[in-house]
Design a protein around this ligand. Structure first.
Ligand code: ADP
Length: 250
């Protein structure tokens, strides 16, 4: 079956000469939910930004990245962007309209859908994230968790088949984290989640890809990899609490 995401020997260097990705390869099947973990600076955000063609900036396309069988190229970019919804780490990078309704409607409006369908998509997406009734509110006057959910609604309103989430819980309090976790559980699209929140990863992802210094250092079952304390410490990570009593080979 065609994978939802196929990344083959992806390399990327930022303008200042920093090698961020040194040959990343992995595939994700449709419907899978995969965690992307690793220390700060490992390359997680850089990988996610390649999945919908934000990087490389040249728009020259990237034959190393294929989404649902389609290589990222200038010709495929509009469809790639429809298929891949990217949730940025900082909601303030994603919210720019005066009202929640307009922010969530922005994506579907780009598709040129009829107004009735846009209205329907916005309501459905706001209901999915538990924010019905927030339509007229200003996104900038919401709490961090609510802003994050508005961003997610904006992505869901575009019905992407692949969701790439960059640190979705980084600014949330424990309740916000719990709520977002429950929302993500209900979403059946293929998901790749970059996160330091390993409890979230253990709950949602049966598989993790571990990156360090721009390479994949492990790719396998979450519980097995995350219970390996020596391995986790070697890559600037910690064995999560919920797995404290697990041995890596059980
Ligand atoms: P992570 O998401 O795992 O923390 P990033 O993908 O953000 O890692 O960063 C990978 C590497 O690329 C790091 O060394 C980081 O300093 C560098 N980097 C990230 N963004 C930029 C940028 N805009 N310009 C230059 N270097 C960058």
């Amino acid at each position: 079956m065609t994978p939802a995401i196929a990344v083959k020997d992806l390399r990327y260097r930022y303008h200042d000469g920093k090698e961020a990705l040194n040959g990343i390869s992995f595939t994700v099947k449709e419907g899978e939910c995969v965690g992307l973990i690793g220390p700060n600076g490992a390359g997680k955000s850089t990988i996610l930004q390649h999945l919908n063609g934000i990087l490389p900036e040249t728009l020259g396309g990237n034959p190393s990245v294929t989404i649902l069988g389609q290589a990222v190229s200038p010709a495929t970019l509009p469809e790639i962007r429809r298929n891949v919804g990217l949730l940025f780490q900082d909601p303030d990078d994603q919210l720019f309209c005066p009202s929640v309704y307009e922010d969530v409607a922005f994506g579907p409006e780009q598709f040129g859908l009829p107004t009735s369908e846009i209205v329907e998509r916005v309501s459905k997406a706001l209901a999915q994230v538990g924010l019905l009734g927030f339509e007229k509110r200003s996104p900038h006057h919401l709490s961090g968790g609510e802003k994050q959910r508005v961003c997610l609604a904006g992505i869901l309103a575009c019905s992407p088949r692949v969701l790439a989430l960059d640190e979705p819980t980084s600014d949330l309090d424990p309740r916000g984290k719990r709520e977002l976790k429950n929302i993500l559980k209900q979403i059946t699209a293929t998901k790749i989640i970059a996160s330091h929140d390993l409890e979230l990863v253990v709950t949602l992802c049966s598989r993790v890809i571990v990156v360090d210094a721009g390479i994949v250092v492990a790719d396998g079952p979450t519980v097995q990899l995350l219970s390996d304390e020596t391995f986790m410490l070697a890559h600037g990570l910690e064995k999560p609490h919920s797995l404290q009593h697990r041995h890596p080979h059980n």
